[in-house]
Design a protein around this ligand. Structure first.
Ligand code: BYC
Length: 336
């Protein structure tokens, strides 16, 4: 590029040098906000890698919520009483709502909802490993509330302090609702434990099947967690996978005692020195198999989700047509 201008000392700089300076100033302002634990908001400048990481995590979380509607949704028509059916309907509906808050939070980062859903439907995007396990009995519904939602709360409370404002605010509301979800699960199980021998056996069987997959919800061990170092430096993740898993184990042992069930791990013993419960090593090969698409229900979950999306095409088309009609009526000249 030819130019007649000369860069003279004391003159404002333009071109690549000043662009670099601007970039450095924006990065410094971002780093300062992270260091002082302030929130980053959608209109603030942010590094591209921060934006991408948030889109990855928030969309995976949103996908987990909507796929997570399926294992329990299967039981709405078979709930054992009107009361349990109404509670379960409300819970599954809440999960759909959580998905919507989270997709909206991802949209504030310039992600398109269609593209995110396409990632899910094509199998490119991940969702929580836990929803690839089957719900075989009514007790599984209670165990999902108690243990799956319990683990989700443990993981999500720190996300209420996440550095990205829209995600943090969505998590506050979600955690309040998850707390109700966990309690209803515990309550359903408590009723069964106070029932017949067959009901107690059903609860124990469900706990035996869900315990280890629930512990894997927290993600791989810290040493194998590829994202943690950076997401913790950015204040997205506040507590590591292993520390959250340990907090969950410590909190759950006492709840299991109150319920009267046995957690299926002979290695689960109090360690006085550590001040925590020890537990047996988890089967990480199973974890990677499940998140890579080969769990007990991956294909079924995805096929159900894709079918629901296709079956709902007419609703999206009708909503768009209605919005266009309203826009035309509001300003006929502009629409014409
Ligand atoms: N399942 O570097 P890491 C709910 C992936 S919904 C599948 O430690 P990160 C509910 C991970 O994505 C609960 N994938 O990752 C709904 C990464 O792969 P990529 C969902 C997993 O992100 C309905 C790779 O493994 N909760 O509560 O630092 C009914 C390496 O891991 C899993 C959330 O989504 C997993 N379990 O930490 C009832 C919470 N674990 O992306 C209940 C938000 C790891 O590099 N998410 N991976 O290809 C998080 O807090 C974090 O993303 C995680 C993983 C702790 C899950």
């Amino acid at each position: 590029m030819y130019t007649q201008s000369l860069d003279l000392p004391g003159q404002p700089q333009h071109g690549p040098t000043s662009a670099n300076a601007d970039q450095a100033a924006r990065q410094a302002a971002f780093d300062a906000r992270i260091a002082e634990d302030a929130k980053i908001e959608p209109m603030d400048w942010m590094p591209e890698a921060y934006r991408k990481t948030l889109v990855r995590q928030i969309s995976q979380h949103a996908h987990s919520e909507i796929i997570g509607m399926q294992p329990e949704g299967n039981w709405i028509s078979r709930a054992p009483s009107l009361k349990r059916k109404a509670i379960l309907l409300a819970k599954v509906q809440d999960e759909g709502g959580h998905g919507l808050y989270l997709y909206s939070a991802a949209e504030t980062l310039d992600a398109s909802r269609d593209a995110l859903l396409d990632g899910l439907h094509s199998g490119r995007a991940k969702y929580s490993s836990i929803f690839n396990y089957p719900t075989l009995t009514w007790a599984d519904v209670g165990v999902i509330g108690w243990l799956v939602d319990g683990a989700a709360i443990m993981n999500q409370i720190p996300l209420c302090r996440c550095s990205y404002g829209p995600y943090a605010r969505a998590m506050i509301r979600i955690c309040k609702e998850e707390s109700f979800h966990q309690r209803q699960g515990f309550d359903a199980l408590l009723s069964m434990m106070r029932g017949t021998e067959a009901q107690r056996a059903m609860v124990q069987d469900a706990v035996d099947r869900w315990w280890f997959p629930v512990l894997m919800m927290f993600g791989p061990p810290d040493a194998a967690s590829t994202n943690s170092t950076q997401t913790m430096a950015w204040g997205i993740k506040r507590i590591s996978n292993d520390d959250l898993r340990q907090k969950f184990v410590d909190a759950t042992v006492e709840q299991a005692r109150v319920l009267g069930v046995t957690l299926p791990d002979p290695g689960l013993v109090w360690n006085d020195e550590r001040g925590h419960y020890d537990y047996s090593p988890l089967d990480w090969e199973e974890f990677w198999r499940v998140i890579n698409g080969d769990g007990p229900c991956n294909r079924e979950r995805l096929a159900t989700r894709v079918k629901a999306h296709e079956d709902g095409a007419w609703v999206r088309e009708a909503a768009l047509a209605h919005a266009e009609k309203r826009a035309r009526r509001a300003s006929p000249a502009k629409a014409a």
